[in-house]
Design a protein around this ligand. Structure first.
Ligand code: T3D
Length: 263
């Protein structure tokens, strides 16, 4: 499949989606969320991909919606700022949610508006030291979208989420890490190497089990304890029937590293 706004490839078990509009800090052009959605679906289907990485080309991760195109460029009488959400952003976020493989954001620079929502919808965020995160929406009179009002308070708590959403100020990668939004902040120069280590580890992991872990963690945000215990039981039944479980136990008993195959 040809993409206009992203690049996509699979190598060594890692499906890599690179947002590719560096002149606009990889702001979302109309159509771009659907390209990301399609790429996530391809990676999810392809057994060669065992983890998905999302990053940005150039010095930015993603500056949110392109304010020179799409809704912002429409005349007043035609403008429907909910339309792209309904037809593009929301399907992208829901596809990421239902994906059965871990998704890692390598945040290499400014991460704003719906670009921050995209990062929040990933399972792990690794950020370069100079990355900044901002809920830019209120700065232009919009409301947080693409899942930010759902993910952000769950990840950083209501007070910090409200502060970010109502004030639209930048927070640094280190602050984001202190707040529990970012797994790890690394030197900018080390982002590829450090991110690569995490990706390689996930790509060599028990893929089915990792997918079930992410699903259970996501479900926990909206389920009761009793429902969650059921989810854990059902997930364990599936994980316990995989070859990777048998290999993991065997490797433990033989005191050697496990060789997971993702089955
Ligand atoms: O239907 C709908 O579309 C509704 C959906 C809305 C979802 C949203 O995401 S709304 C929020 C949209 N995003 C923003 O408001 C963020 C705007 N950008 C910024 O605040 C800043 O650019 C950053 C804080 C992200 C980065 O600042 P800085 O100083 O590192 O970079 P810069 O100089 O501002 O930007 C570099 C270039 O990227 C610049 O272009 P130029 O002057 O070199 O030709 C700038 O105009 C361009 N750019 C940055 N963000 C966007 C953008 N171009 C288009 N759209 C952008 N969002």
């Amino acid at each position: 499949m040809d993409f206009d706004h992203i690049t996509f490839g699979i190598a060594d078990g890692i499906a890599r989606i690179t947002l590719n509009r560096p002149d606009r800090l990889n702001a979302f052009a109309p159509g771009m969320p659907l390209e990301i959605k399609a790429a996530v679906e391809m990676a999810d289907r392809d057994p060669k991909a065992r983890v998905i990485a999302i990053t940005g080309a150039g010095r930015g991760f993603c500056a949110g919606a392109d304010l020179t195109a799409g809704t912002a460029a429409q005349p007043d009488e035609e403008r429907d700022a909910g339309k792209l959400l309904e037809t593009q952003y929301n399907p992208m976020i829901l596809t990421m949610r239902s994906c059965e493989k871990p998704i890692v954001a390598l945040v290499n620079g400014p991460c704003a508006g719906a670009g921050m929502s995209l990062a929040l919808a990933c399972d792990i965020i690794i950020a370069g030291e100079s990355a900044v995160f901002l809920q830019a929406f209120c700065n232009i009179g919009l409301v947080p979208d693409a899942g930010s009002t759902w993910y952000l308070p769950r990840q950083v708590g209501r007070a910090r989420a409200m502060g970010m959403a109502l004030l639209g100020e930048k927070i640094t990668a280190r602050e984001a890490e202190d707040w529990g939004m970012v797994w790890k902040t690394v030197d900018d120069d080390a982002l590829e190497a450090e991110g690569g280590k995490v990706l390689a580890r996930l790509a060599a992991g028990p893929t089915r089990g990792l997918g079930l872990i992410r699903r259970a963690m996501h479900n926990a945000q909206s389920q009761t304890l009793a429902q969650q215990l059921d989810t854990e039981r059902d997930s364990q039944r599936v994980a316990g029937s995989t070859r990777d479980f048998a290999e993991g136990v065997q490797a433990f008993l033989e005191k050697r590293p496990a060789k997971f195959t993702g089955r």
